[in-house]
Design a protein around this ligand. Structure first.
Ligand SMILES: C[S@@+](CC[C@H](N)C(=O)[O-])C[C@H]1O[C@@H](n2cnc3c(N)ncnc32)[C@H](O)[C@@H]1O
Length: 214
């Protein structure tokens, strides 16, 4: 019997399709950290993509392709995913998992530090309708600034782990990840170009929409 809302939600929505279980196994088998999104967050991402029907999605932090499969699998026929990943070896695993899912034609991996690659994509004139931020926490505020620059009107920006195990509102904690996440959430809350909310799902998912110009 569940004793809190996390356990209750997990008991109902924490199941995964076998393909995603295989992805988790491949991540462990390749000695990579087991830090993919939780199934509950995956469900929400899938619903958000299906609701908003973005043409171009950007994922920041690919790991082994777990969230990539969810994002790419929710896209319309014309939709594409650009996935930014620091580690070539991780992107290779992700790519092979997307292939296993029959989604290899939907995704392009861009390897290296995400901030630099976002800048290059911006300079190349690329724009995106949906962002999923899930890489190094210390750069979340900078990823947000770049995502706003790269955003088409009405774009959605979603970011995982934004409660940091509830440390974001514990005044006794001040490590660099927590400080960065506070700055990120404050910007999501206060930037006039955005309308946003934090959903306390798993470790927190902050979701914003880039307002369309009047
Ligand atoms: C939490 S994992 C991503 C999990 C993935 N979104 C999923 O749920 O399947 C974070 C990823 O961000 C990558 N990363 C860390 N720092 C980065 C950077 N500066 N640029 C791009 N990727 C980075 C890590 O290598 C790691 O694969």
């Amino acid at each position: 019997m569940a004793t809190n809302h996390d356990e209750y939600i997990h008991s109902l929505f924490g199941t995964e399709e076998p393909l995603l279980q295989d992805v988790t196994e491949s991540i462990k088998g390749n000695g990579m950290p087991a830090i993919s999104v939780k199934p509950e967050v995956g469900r929400l991402l899938s619903i958000l993509v299906k609701m908003t029907r973005p043409r171009h999605v950007m994922e920041i932090g690919a790991l082994g392709g777990y969230s990539g499969i969810i994002l790419a699998g929710a896209l319309d026929k014309e939709g594409s995913l650009t996935s930014l990943e620091l580690e070539q070896s991780y992107a290779t695993v992700a790519q092979s998992n997307l292939k296993r899912a029959g989604l290899e034609d939907k995704v392009k991996y861009v390897i290296g530090p995400a901030l630099q690659n976002m800048e290059s994509l911006y300079n190349a004139g690329q724009r995106y309708d949906f962002f999923f931020i899930d890489a190094d926490k210390v750069n979340y505020p900078a990823y947000l600034d770049m995502a706003i620059k790269l955003a088409s009107r009405g774009a959605i920006i979603a970011a995982d782990n934004t409660l940091q195990g509830d440390k974001v509102f514990d005044e006794t904690v001040s490590d660099e990840n927590v400080e960065a996440m506070r700055a990120f959430n404050e910007k999501m809350a206060n930037d006039e170009r955005l309308e946003s909310i934090i959903l306390p799902l798993c470790d927190g998912l902050t979701i914003g929409r880039v307002k369309e110009e009047e």
